[in-house]
Design a protein around this ligand. Sequence first.
Ligand SMILES: Cc1cc2nc3c(=O)[nH]c(=O)nc-3n(C[C@H](O)[C@H](O)[C@H](O)COP(=O)(O)OP(=O)(O)OC[C@H]3O[C@@H](n4cnc5c(N)ncnc54)[C@H](O)[C@@H]3O)c2cc1C
Length: 440
Amino acid sequence: MPLSSTSRIAHGLVWSLALVPLIFFIAGLSAGDFASTATILNMLGRLTGVLGVAFLLLSAALSARVPGVDQPFGGLTKLWHTHHRMGAASLFLLMLHPLLLAFSAAGYSQQAAISTLFPAFSNTAAWMGWTALILMMIFLAPSFAFFGPPQYERWKHIHALAGPAVIFALIHTFMASRTMPGMADTVIWSIFALLAVGAVSWRLLFSQRIGRLDYTVKHVEPVTDGVVELTLEPQDKPLEYEAGNFVYLTPFDKHLDAGDREEHPYTLSSSPLEPNLRIAIKSLGDASRAIQSIDPGTKVTVEGPYGRFFPAGGRVESPELWVAGGIGITPFLARMRHIQALQSGGDIVMIYAVQDESRALYADEIRELALQIPGFVLVMHYFYHEGPVSAEFLHRHCPDLGHREIYICGPLPLNELIKQHAHHAGVTHNHIHSEEFELL
Ligand SMILES: Cc1cc2nc3c(=O)[nH]c(=O)nc-3n(C[C@H](O)[C@H](O)[C@H](O)COP(=O)(O)OP(=O)(O)OC[C@H]3O[C@@H](n4cnc5c(N)ncnc54)[C@H](O)[C@@H]3O)c2cc1C
């Protein structure tokens, strides 16, 4: 089955799982729930609560980042799209939840409506719910584009409020619960709670101790101005990975200007057959700038591997078109190094899009590898000369693009442009694979 079909099924299953409490909730409804506007509003208020909590708990479960779990979902970046959508849906539904209950109460008395929105101090269940909702508003707000691009480390610290929000939402649900008939209430919410609490505990407590491998920086090679390649030597068990995978890299060096003990995602640019890991890092912010001058001998940890860009194994089974932009060359470099090490080949056209000649990272090595890999065609695209990659450019250099698997990794506008050209050329969604260097 094609990679993207598996991925669609996996994402579909998670959304379907979130609907399980809703199905039980609907099964438990009676004629009384539809007797008047007030009872209907009350039923809708409870329904938004059930679905909102289900989305919140599953969204938390998806944040675990256990290596390998992202594979059926098409990689971590894709899995986190679902995590974000579920989180946003959960916030929307849980904001509606008290409003609908208050409107329903207004059908009985104004006082009832007010005390739904401003519950008595003794109403612990309601206060737990409000605390969860307020925490959600705080930790989810920076994720919305409306508030501008978030500063990652600040975003991450605020996002840690997800843990207490999940706990308060669960207490509210167990205390206030009259959502599903019979034992279903306890059983279903307990399973969801286990998934969410297990995932958050793994992420915050255990992954840092048992989920990371120790490495040492062996070499630091400048690639060009503002880009270095680190070679990392395993201290114990080496990481097993596929070309195109990425890891979270954490340096331990208090002399770094920024980023000491901070984890950042980077694609492995080495072939999986090499004994050491190689990572090319472009200076794009504080931590990636500071790491340009990291010293050999520095201890680092890597967590992963994550991502599922290329098919496993390294062999090229069908014709491929690769489009790389800027630092997005890293997964392709890993695959070229791997194919060359396997002494394999394949029908591959690679378009490497850069601003100008001086910005082409690894240009010499890539030209050399392209010559060594049978069937490999390298096409350079210079923005200053050609402007954005046009459909005409693609068709000129790859006339049969409609019959190829297409792999894209570069800045978002390039990814979107190539997808558009590919769709116009009749390539279906299943045959287009893209990696984004953006997780938020
Ligand atoms: C899957 C993936 C693969 C990547 N591969 C490479 C690579 O091979 N080479 C390379 O140079 N860069 C790569 N990046 C980008 C790299 O992670 C960021 O440039 C780096 O984290 C920036 O951190 P900073 O503190 O220097 O900059 P900041 O100014 O703090 O961050 C700039 C932007 O980078 C993103 N970012 C920062 N920290 C993190 C984090 N811990 N987790 C997720 N996103 C973060 C945020 O979107 C942020 O807005 C990759 C990113 C992803 C998601």
